[in-house]
Ligand binder design. Structure first.
Ligand code: UDP
Ligand code: MG
Length: 349
């Protein structure tokens, strides 16, 4: 039963089955439902049942005949989330579960979900219902018009605390300044992805998964659906500011090498200033002789340069650390068990 998910497991799901299964071309293979909702969960026991109760009727109106699935990825929960998930599956077999062997983080859990989702369109959705599932019909409508990605964009972030809003906006600006592939501001992971996009994402080999950056990298045609983000229903956020900062670092280092290049320019500018200053000191010495004072300028330049060098080393370290992670080629996540995938769990396993 225990299986490690190294290389993209989408191979199991015969991409050709849905390659041409445009939503306009009838129901397609019964194995590929129209819509997969991918829900990473960590310690969310109280939120599972309300989530299914709210999302299920909406999915029934969208894809009653063409089929749907809700795919929960249990990201190493330590409470009774798994029990709640098993109960949800017993009530509704189209609720499926991938249970990871420990907490791998939301980005990895999302990757696990994308790897295991079989829908012709896939929508990641948080279990806390901050992103309203009522938007799903609009998303599917846009997708049926032919858009390959339909991004959910928050109309306002008033549900977030001020500091989070400010830091988020600062981050988006920094990211879009540095990275070639811009990420839309006020958009989370809540978006509809066509099977083509999902296949591309599943094939990406890198360990560092900053999903928003990867979505942007994948390209494809995009439409936008606006919505209001509400407060978390129950439980509390799993992302404190330190985790957000780490995520931000991951985001920038995985999407851009500009922070590395900056130091060449800083170095060049400092060297030029130093040369100009050397010229000035030489001229002054020739004209006025040697003057001893200079402690202040000396200590300032030593400390400043020391600081700049340490920062640049730190940036270098960030990238070297990531190279190390990538070269280890460990799987992104380890699946402990799956529930509701009859064909994916061979009897001898
Ligand atoms: N989550 C997860 N693994 C983690 C942290 C969070 O799967 O290590 C899930 C969590 O259960 C929720 C979603 O990711 O469904 C978003 O988390 P949260 O609501 O805490 O984030 P926020 O909305 O505050 O950014
Ligand atoms: Mg949330």
């Amino acid at each position: 039963m225990v299986s490690s998910q190294g290389e993209p497991s989408i191979v199991t799901y015969q991409p050709h089955a849905f390659q041409h299964a445009s939503p306009l071309q009838g129901a397609g293979a019964p194995a590929a439902p129209l819509l997969s909702i991918v829900v990473p969960v960590k310690n969310e026991e109280v939120n599972i049942a309300p989530f299914v109760a709210r999302v299920q009727p909406i999915l029934e109106t969208i894809a009653k005949d063409e089929g749907w699935e809700i795919l929960f990825v249990d990201d190493g929960s330590t409470d009774h989330t798994l029990v709640a998930l098993i109960a949800a599956h017993a009530r509704e077999p189209r609720v499926r579960v991938v249970s990871l062997s420990r907490n791998f983080g939301k980005e990895a859990a999302l990757s696990a979900g994308l790897d295991h989702a079989r829908g012709r369109a896939v929508v990641p959705l948080d279990v806390d219902l901050q992103d309203p599932p009522e938007v799903l019909p609009d998303m599917v409508a846009k997708w049926r018009e032919g858009f390959e990605t339909v991004i959910g964009v928050r109309r306002c972030r008033s549900s977030d605390p001020l500091v989070k809003r400010l830091t988020a906006s600062l981050y988006y600006r920094a990211h879009n300044l540095l990275a070639d592939e811009k990420i839309p501001e006020h958009a989370g992971d809540f978006r509809l992805l066509d099977r083509k996009v999902v296949d591309v994402l599943c094939k990406l080999p890198e360990r560092s998964r900053f999903m928003k950056g990867l979505f942007a990298w994948a390209g494809f045609s995009q439409a936008v659906v606006e919505f209001d983000r509400v407060e978390r229903q129950d439980g509390k956020t799993k992302f404190n500011y330190w985790k957000l900062w780490t995520l931000a670092l991951d985001g920038i280092t995985s999407s851009s090498t500009a922070p590395l290049r900056i130091w060449s320019y800083v170095g060049a500018i400092v060297a030029m200033l130093a040369m100009a200053y050397a010229g000035f000191v030489m001229v002054r010495t020739i004209m006025f002789g040697i003057t001893v004072p200079g402690y202040a300028s000396l200590i300032v330049s030593v400390l400043l340069l020391g600081g700049v060098q340490l920062i640049s080393l730190g940036v270098l370290g960030e990238y070297v650390g990531r190279i190390l992670t990538e070269t280890k080629r460990r799987p992104l996540y380890v699946v402990r068990d799956t529930i509701g995938f009859p064909e994916a769990s061979p009897p001898e396993a």
